[in-house]
Ligand binder design. Structure first.
Ligand SMILES: [Zn+2]
Length: 249
């Protein structure tokens, strides 16, 4: 059994004993508030992050201050893997969307470990593939599915990453992530609230009816989960029994 077998982070938990021994000395605990930019597009990625709690969004910046979310990561994987594998700069921006705690390791040190272990490299590759699969699904979702479906899909993903029914975030942030005007988001959120699916407050959303929210979501939620299960063996259900009662008000 690996020394990281009980880690809250699925990547660290998946390491073999030998790979865990390589990584363990490189890991430092971090606490980062929401809004923290981990890296910008075209920057060297100095650290790779392994979230224990919270959500990191990959966003694509367009001109005129517009941006849209291309993917989200939390305790299921790691942030910044791409640069670790190919040594290149970031292709997108990573922002802490819900305050993150976790472990971080310097990329230059991690690269040495990866060079010395085929199994570690393979694990990073599979996690990167899962992320790419998610990004492709969300690109299709953004293009073809209704805002109600996309909002429902996003809330389900966020709930799984946070292991909680209350998602702390502002309307502004969420409308930015979904690439819509705040007024459109408010309309759709109000509809979901009136149907009893969510409670929408200033600064947080509480999920009230998970099954109805799954019905309201498009197929993308299941498709993304299938990729994560197939490629990296992660399913939100694995941790469901660990749901902290204090977070389920
Ligand atoms: Zn969709």
């Amino acid at each position: 059994v690996s020394i990281l077998a009980n880690s809250p982070n699925h990547f660290l938990r998946s390491l073999s004993r030998q790979d865990a021994e390589l990584l363990q000395p490189l890991l430092k605990l971090v606490e980062l508030p929401s809004g923290t930019v981990l890296y910008k597009a075209d920057e060297i990625i100095a650290r790779v992050y392994f979230p224990y709690a919270g959500i990191v969004s990959y966003v694509v910046n367009l001109s005129a201050g517009k941006l849209v979310e291309a993917g989200l990561i939390g305790r299921n994987s790691a942030v910044g893997i791409g640069a670790l594998l190919d040594g290149a700069t970031a292709i997108n921006e990573a922002i802490v969307q819900v305050a993150m705690s976790g472990a971080a390791a310097e990329t230059r040190l991690l690269r040495r470990s990866v060079a010395g272990s085929d199994t570690l490299r393979a694990l990073f590759m599979r996690h990167e593939e899962a992320m790419i699969a998610q990004v492709q699904q969300i690109a299709a979702c953004n293009a073809l599915h209704s805002l109600e479906e996309r909002l429902s899909r996003w809330l389900l993903q966020a709930r799984d990453l946070l292991n909680a029914d209350v998602i702390p975030l502002t309307q502004d942030f969420l409308s930015q992530m979904l690439g819509v005007h705040r007024s459109s988001l408010t309309l759709v959120a109000r509809r979901l609230q009136e149907a009893g699916l969510i409670d929408y407050h200033r600064g947080s959303i509480r999920i009230r009816d998970i099954e109805a929210l799954k019905d309201a979501s498009c197929e993308c939620y299941d498709a993304i989960n299938a990729h994560f299960l197939g490629l990296i063996g992660w399913s939100p259900d694995f941790d469901a029994k660990a749901l902290n009662p204090s977070t389920r008000r």
